[in-house]
Design a protein around this ligand. Structure first.
Ligand SMILES: [Zn+2]
Ligand SMILES: [Zn+2]
Length: 297
């Protein structure tokens, strides 16, 4: 027994034992004296490829997995943009970067985030893709299928919508997505089922909040500041608002911020404003613009 314990302790104190995260990014933690395989002792840095789409639409890819969120926007809505026709064609044709999307999500059913006709065509084109969203979004999909006299790809659909403060999870392979209840606001927005998504893909954590109202108390139950968010996709109006900035600083605390949902007509002005106030924020300027996020948080 003593001997076994001794062996276990020796293993635990050996350089490189245990998690690759045993030391933090500044290199604290035990510093090995002799380094047989130095590379194996570095924190495991994984990378997420992000492709901007329209408004709050993004395609996330890493480690052979991919998630599409708020991507089904074929037509402009109000002052907001849509996917350029050639990008829509790539999406529907399953051409790179849209090859084998594992999961598609929609934060809520406003047409600047989700257009049911486009979603339905995409799900027929990619029968292995799961589409997980709220009852409102799935009802819109069902209504369009009925209208078009098309079948509903039920085996690809899953309805999820948490209560306020509750969290629901969807797992596919090693891909984990947490669904958060984040109110769209008051008045006519109170009835909208808006959800936030915490997407864990290949060791990287991404937060997408849809059109969540900038109310710090709404985020309180989710303790997002403790979740090590690598990248947060945030509507641009958060940066111009005191409560919005509080939410970003006290709740999201991401390693990297991406400003989104910018009307095409305001893109130039917003980009200039953010370059002055928050120069580290990524502001995508066109569809399929690609950037990379590391799991450093
Ligand atoms: Zn909305
Ligand atoms: Zn919106």
């Amino acid at each position: 027994m003593q001997r076994l314990l001794g062996m276990a302790l020796a293993l635990l104190s050996a350089p490189g034992a245990g998690s690759l995260w045993a030391q933090d990014h500044e290199g604290h933690g035990h510093e090995p004296k002799s380094v047989p395989e130095k590379a194996a002792l570095q924190p495991l840095v994984l990378e997420l490829g992000v492709f901007a789409l329209a408004n709050e639409g993004f395609l996330l890819k890493s480690g052979g997995q991919s998630v599409l969120i708020d991507g089904f926007v074929a037509e402009p809505y109000s002052v907001y943009g849509s996917l350029p026709p050639e990008v829509l064609e790539q999406m529907m044709g399953g051409v790179a970067p849209f090859v084998s999307v594992d999961v598609a999500l929609a934060s809520h059913y406003h047409r600047d985030h989700f257009q049911a006709e486009t979603a339905l065509s995409f799900l027929f084109a990619q029968p292995d893709c799961h589409f997980v969203s709220s009852p409102q979004v799935l009802t819109a999909l069902q209504n369009v299928a009925t209208e078009l006299e098309a079948p509903l790809p039920e085996q690809q659909l899953q309805e999820l919508f948490p209560e306020p403060g509750e969290r629901k999870r969807f797992l596919k392979g090693t891909l984990l997505i947490e669904f958060l209840h984040l109110s769209h606001g008051t008045g006519r927005f109170a009835q909208i089922q808006n959800q936030g998504h915490l997407i864990h893909i290949n060791g990287v954590t991404a937060l997408h909040v849809g059109d969540a109202a900038m109310v710090p108390a709404h985020f309180e139950p989710y303790q997002l500041s403790k979740r090590g968010i690598d990248v947060a996709f945030v509507p641009y109006w958060y940066f111009d608002d005191e409560d919005g900035r509080t939410v970003i600083q006290e709740h999201f605390r991401p390693a990297q911020l991406v400003a989104c949902h910018i009307p095409p007509g305001e893109l130039k002005a917003v980009t200039k404003r953010l370059a002055e106030s928050d120069p580290k924020v990524i502001v995508p300027s066109k569809a399929l613009q690609e950037f990379h996020i590391k799991n450093l948080n």
